[in-house]
Design a protein around this ligand. Sequence first.
Ligand code: F6R
Length: 637
Amino acid sequence: MSAANTNSQDASPRKAQGTRHERIPVHIFEDPAKVAQKVARCIAALIRAKAAEGKQTVLGLPTGSTPLGVYRELIRLHQDEGLDFSTVVTFNLDEYYPISPDSLQSYHRFIHENLLDHINVPPAQVHVMRGDLPPDMLDAFCVDYEAQIAAHGGLDLVLLGIGRSGHIGFNEPGSRRTTRTRAVILTELTRKDAASSFYGDTNVPRQAITIGVGTILNARTIILMATGEHKAGIIKRAVEGAITGEVVASFLQNHAHAAIYADRPAASALTREETPWLVRDPDWDYTMAKRAVLWLSENLGKALLRLEAADFHNNHLHTLVYAYPDIDALCLRVFDDLRRRIVYQDGLPKNERVVLFSPHPDDDVISMGGMLDKLVRNSNDIIVAYMTNGSVAVFDADVLRYLGFVEMSYREMGLSGDAMAQFRDRKKRIQRFLRSKRPGAMDLTEVQHLKANIRYSEAIAGIKVMGLSAEHARFLDLPFYQTGRIKKKPISQADIAIVLDLLHERRPHHIFVAGDLSDPHGTHRMCYVAVQSALAAYSDSAAVRPKVWLYRGAWQEWEIHKADVFMPISKTEMTRKIEAIFKHESQKDRAMFPGAHDEREFWQRARDRNTATATALNRLGLPEFYAAEAFVTSYTL
Ligand code: F6R
């Protein structure tokens, strides 16, 4: 069997777990690490098999957040298991344009820092695009890039991520399937998604160079990876939707050896994941039955207790009726189940020790401001632990404004002499630095600290609205975040030790943790891992294991079928929550990382999300609340 075939077995449609809905084989894994391990193993097998035949392996390589785990695993295979890359030829898929190769965001720099500097691909076999070419040399460069791929016999394997626009490489919507390496204009969505790496969307280049759709489709094997809930919608369109240039990844449907490797959140909108009963006859345990009943009720716009057997029969749920012949009893059970999950202030913790872990300064009030408010009123002993300082999300202009304010205040208070002179000197230095700073460049340490202080003061102002004070805030400043860059370090023992110390000190009865495991920047996920690891160590030594409450970050809410607790919020409480969110001024009006294509401010998202939960409950036939926050308490961290 040839090397390409060895690998393509994994990408073969015959091996897919999918259904008639899925037109690209999709392999689903529980978490991004498992996706990375599997894909790295496929690549390693291909390299070894081709090397055994005395042949080179030609790889097309993406950048971005998705392939990082694969690159880490390939480096590990090289270092620990002697995987030899000397027969490998690499072609990067794309590059921003214009961009200098040494800038923090350049894909040239990325692929070296994250892969090539740590393995033994001979430099002459590395091909990266040049973002610093003069415009009149671009066309010739692109033609030559194609020629070099062809000279190597085409790509054996191309690894892809997918943009939320459906792009592969930087082939944006509208790209034809025959396109070749060329310069392209980036869409607004792609630029917004890249905003966090460039410290604001206005700094993202408008153009890019990318290999073409045709170049990708000519590859012998294609592996597209997707991780995180934010990719779920586009994965569904690529896999189950029509083949169209509007979703370029859908062209993979026609490739004989293309496959998708996704984690469960990225696959969650596929029919087999979202509504399994439409695909096969599922195991109708109560959890599945509950999901189906809720789905039916929501889809028909009919309250739970008004559903009747015919509704099930007419909507692909006849097998559920066979499993639960007393359908009224099932609907009542689901109704009662949800009703019991509605918890009013009286049912919440009272006079207990609580630690609220907030990944950034503002997640506490955005995501669970209503809960925090009630926990304070229930006389709990609360610490809000801000895990990172959020400094990268503060605009330079705000630093200058605050420095101006401090100077005015010093003058007002009659401060003069050496201290004042020293302050003015440092202020000037910072002004000079910020004025000459290249967009997207790293801040001076002093500026990073000032930005952190801005966020700290906002966090304290936020919890003051809830009746807490500065003593209730703890700024953990976890080391993994302290890179001054968007890219963070992996979670280490140092991070875990800080969280563990806090657990030992506080011995909380309850901890609240951001449970969105697939947030766009990964910080929430890393904070979750830090708490999870600390808790594992803590449980060994502690008499009382705290109850863990998972809340969701600014990007989404728990689905009704997953939430364990719905906590109603009145209009007055929502107003207080919004007032607390307002205190995060540096994130108001125009946040640096607002999340693509969502022009709403954080307070608007929080309000919309909480009122949407209340409306959904009401449509199911439960009481009508103004708003509600949702929590999961049944996961074991
Ligand atoms: C980057 C590339 C892009 C990315 C896509 C997803 O080289 O080709 O298509 O793969 O934009 O980016 P992440 O992985 O950052 O979500």
